[in-house]
Design a protein. Structure first.
Lengths: 179, 99
């Protein structure tokens, strides 16, 4: 049963990822990424990471993807040229990424981590649930938690500054105004 | 399921994301492919945390999610700024910073 769910979720994840790369319309790419994220959440549940799976669905597939959809609707999709600036770029890209995949697989599977061939140790019932992860976040990893929240605040302020409308008093693009 | 299946799947998803970054030209799709690569890293972190039987890898995955959200917010802000200035949304045309 576990193997069936794993392969279904893995096919969903790979299909979503290929869809993101291959679809020409960015709107469809975003929808493919949502499907990919839901499949990944199923994989996280199989790995007994319930809180990470819930955060994946709520934060990623919920909030971040809505932001993407808004920006794609505002900017408009398409208009990507079909011709490659470098001759054979598509083929070279796929070749380099295949080499990367093979190298990563060899590096991890050839390592001395014997526990890779097992399903992992038996874990207690509360492994990875919100209470356990929250305790870790607020006790052992309090400083990284606070640092990441400040980083999120800085990113939000930066996005507002980047995307705001230009004020009238600012000099025009490419014209040197009064300093 | 053995943990190595998850690791190989994560390496495959990372490779697919790398193809997208190398091949696509729209900055929005490149951001989406970055998300793919970050999520592949997340899957590897959670799989290793299950292999060791330790929940600290899941905290790492949550922090990676926060970083990905920051990257998306700043990247989409840049895309909106590029669009407002009527510049082309194509990374081959946006090459003024190239030496």
């Amino acid at each position: 049963m576990e193997a069936v769910i794993f392969f279904l979720a893995a096919i969903g994840a790979i299909g979503g990822a290929v869809g993101v790369v291959a679809l020409q319309n960015p709107f469809y790419s975003v929808l493919a990424l949502v499907a990919h994220l839901f499949s990944l959440a199923a994989l996280f549940l199989l790995l007994t990471a319930a809180f990470v799976a819930a955060a994946q669905v709520v934060v990623y597939a919920g909030a971040v993807m809505v932001l993407y959809v808004f920006v794609v609707a505002y900017v408009g999709g398409g208009g990507e040229p079909v011709a490659d600036p470098i001759h054979g770029q598509r083929f070279l890209g796929i070749l380099v990424a295949s080499i990367l995949f093979i190298e990563l697989s060899v590096a991890v599977l050839g390592s001395a981590l014997l526990a890779l061939e097992t399903e992992g140790p038996k874990v207690p019932a509360g492994f990875g649930d919100p209470a356990a992860v929250g305790r870790l976040l607020l006790e052992k990893f309090l400083l990284p938690f606070e640092a990441s929240s400040i980083l999120l605040l800085i990113a939000a302020v930066g996005a507002i500054v980047l995307a705001q409308r230009k004020r009238e008093s600012e000099p025009q693009e490419g014209v040197s105004g009064p300093v | 399921m053995n943990i190595e299946w998850y690791i190989v799947l994560s390496a495959l998803l990372f490779g697919i994301g790398a193809v997208g970054i190398l091949v696509r030209r729209s900055p929005m799709v490149i951001l989406l492919c970055l998300e793919l690569m970050l999520n592949a890293g997340n899957l590897a972190l959670v799989a290793f945390s299950r292999e060791v039987g330790n929940q600290q890898g899941q905290v790492f995955a949550l922090v990676v999610m926060v970083i990905a959200a920051c990257e998306v917010v700043v990247g989409l802000g840049l895309i909106v700024a590029i669009f407002r200035r009527k510049l082309p949304l194509n990374v081959d045309d946006l090459r003024e910073l190239r030496g």
